[in-house]
Ligand binder design. Structure first.
Ligand code: IMP
Ligand code: MG
Length: 175
């Protein structure tokens, strides 16, 4: 697809695809959690647009909380993540779905799942709107994925480079 300009490369996930994949994920998740209450934990800030869209498609009773983490330095592989803003509410006994905008190495999600497991949720699953096709931290299991994308840096639909481009309604490669 044609580059959108302004230093960006090809569009990897366009608006129509986003809408379709969010609807598909919403239907799948609604079916899997039928008869239960779902507690979404969205990872700020990259999941902001995705979780807003996803929530609207869910047909099960849903609550929402946010967590904000400090990104570890590029290239670091320790998998240790610092929590900047923790959850507002306990997750003990809840069916938790962690919602992320993008999964790259998987270290962030692996850390969060380990951390949340110590808080005794009834269940915990993970949803990432996009997942890079690359090697991942072995512990992370992605239960729901919108699109697989190549291992390139992307922005848009909540994802940033130096806080820019989050507002783009599509996901594009950085040129
Ligand atoms: P991981 O721990 O390597 O899976 O990386 C997860 C975090 O890195 C994501 O939550 C994003 O904040 C950031 N990230 C990784 N790849 C990209 C990208 O291509 N564009 C924007 N942010 C990214
Ligand atoms: Mg970022």
């Amino acid at each position: 697809m044609a580059p959108p300009g302004d230093g960006l490369g090809d569009v990897l996930v366009d608006e129509a695809t986003i809408e379709r994949e969010v609807a598909r994920l919403g239907a799948q998740i609604s079916g899997d959690y039928a008869g239960k209450r779902l507690h979404l934990v969205a990872v700020l800030k990259g999941s902001a647009l995705f979780v807003a869209d996803l929530m609207r498609t869910l047909t099960v009773p849903t609550t929402l909380d946010f967590i904000s983490i400090v990104p570890y330095p590029q290239g670091s592989s320790s998998g240790v993540v610092r929590i900047r803003k923790d959850l507002d509410d306990p997750i003990e006994g809840k069916d938790v779905l962690v919602v992320e905008g993008i999964c790259a190495s998987g270290l962030t999600l692996a850390y969060l799942v380990r951390n949340f497991e110590t808080r005794n949720p009834a269940s915990i699953r993970v949803c990432a709107f996009v997942a890079k096709q690359r090697e991942r931290a072995s512990e992370v299991r992605l239960d729901y994925v919108g699109r697989q994308i190549p291992d390139v840096f992307v922005v848009g639909y909540g994802l940033d480079r130096d806080e820019r481009y989050r507002n783009l309604p599509y996901i594009a490669r950085v040129a």
